[in-house]
Design a protein around this ligand. Structure first.
Ligand code: SF4
Length: 381
């Protein structure tokens, strides 16, 4: 028996238990041992079981619908789960089986025939810094089964032979631990994922596990948001919950939360889209970002940084006097910008025009520091 015949027989069994309506195919028993079959291009009624079977196995136009139904309803299952929703997103399948909703808001969904054609070469999606390709397991003997490849977006044009090829989802945990320079990544959704690796031929579950190791909880939160039940914890709730050394973060001034969000949560620092605000109805000034997956509450990195800022913000402001040339004053801004934008390592030693150049900084320190501190006087009022 061919894979298509197996799928058709299973579909007929399901139709006997009740109407089947999925991704554009509709099959219904009319109770008199005949069936009604429809797709966007085919409408047949009064079909006896044997005739229906011949139609389903013989008409090329129907094959993508049958294979698609079998893949999702029998092989994949998991109706209503984040895993299934994510795998359908990977191939631009509609969010709901009535085909009225795209894979995500603003996204155009593909019909089963369109997906069939696209899966032969692969459908590409991006999830943060991950490039994901959904494709058929076997184009020569297609039965609708999908496999998935996953690698860094920066490696999209790199030959597979030049990458470390992996197939065990747990290996993704190691990839996510350190950045390109071997430094620990405390924030897994920071845009610092290292490249040079590729997972190939993953099953759907293996893909979901791999993504979970690299970007924990992103699929679950994305799915909750799609279903309209993302439970957002705003700053005031999170701060009020803290105990021990983090108890102090609720003392951080309201305006400081704007600076915190700008420092930590914008797209250049984190791929999650910040959905939490200061409080319900009291939004922070920086935009939440454009990432595909939402952030539902201040993370541990932000809470730890907030503790430091809460302590620093408790200090009284003072006025200092110090001597600087105009260029030296501008250089201070250059230095702060370079550190804040993570640009320091990119400034060439020979580029003394850049205020954050290492020699320029060392020169300023040699000239304006006294006993290891900036030579400045506190001005008394
Ligand atoms: S709180 Fe900010 S930095 Fe932390 S995960 Fe959410 S968006 Fe990213």
């Amino acid at each position: 028996m061919t894979a298509l015949e197996t799928a058709v027989d299973t579909l007929l069994e399901h139709a006997d238990d009740g109407p089947v309506a999925f991704d554009g195919i509709r099959l219904e028993s009319d109770g008199e041992e005949t069936y009604t079959l429809s797709t966007p291009t085919i409408e047949r009624d009064g079909l006896e079981a044997a005739v229906l079977r011949d139609v389903l196995t013989g008409l090329d136009d129907l094959e993508p619908y049958v294979r698609n139904w079998y893949h999702w309803q029998v092989r994949t299952g998991g109706e209503g789960t984040a895993r299934r929703a994510f795998l359908r997103w990977c191939e631009h399948a509609p969010r709901s089986t009535d085909e009225t909703q795209g894979a995500e808001p603003g996204d155009e969904s593909l019909t089963p025939p369109e997906r069939d054609a696209a899966l032969e070469t692969g459908i590409d999606r991006e999830w943060g810094q991950l490039a994901i390709t959904a494709r058929f397991l076997d184009n020569d003997d297609p039965n609708g089964e999908r496999v998935y490849d996953c690698w860094h977006v920066d490696d999209a044009d790199t030959a597979l032979e030049e990458l470390e090829v992996l197939d065990e989802p747990r290996d993704a945990r190691k990839i996510a631990t350190t950045d390109e320079d071997g430094r620990y990544r405390p924030l897994k959704t920071a845009p610092t994922l290292r490249s040079g690796w590729a997972f190939t031929g993953l099953s759907g579950q293996e893909l979901v596990d791999t993504v979970g190791f690299i970007y924990p909880a992103t699929i679950a939160n994305w799915h909750r948001e799609q279903r309209g039940n993302l439970d957002v914890d705003h700053w005031v709730d999170t701060a009020a919950r803290q105990t021990g050394i983090y108890d102090v973060i609720d003392e951080l001034p309201r305006e400081a939360l704007n600076w915190l969000a700008e420092a930590c949560c914008v797209d250049s620092q984190c791929l999650r889209r910040r959905e939490w605000e200061y409080d319900a109805g009291d939004d922070l000034e920086p935009a939440g970002g454009d990432g595909p997956f939402p952030c539902r509450e201040p993370c541990s990195l932000v809470v730890a940084a907030a503790r430091k800022w809460a302590i620093l913000e408790s200090e009284t402001e003072k006025t200092y006097e110090l001597e600087l040339t105009t260029s030296e004053w501008n250089q201070l801004a250059d230095l702060i910008d370079a550190v804040a934008d993570g640009r320091v390592d990119d400034i060439r030693e020979a580029d003394v025009n850049d205020g954050a150049n290492r020699y320029r900084a060392r020169y300023l320190r040699a000239k304006r520091f006294d006993d290891g501190e900036l030579d400045a006087r506190e001005r008394s009022e």
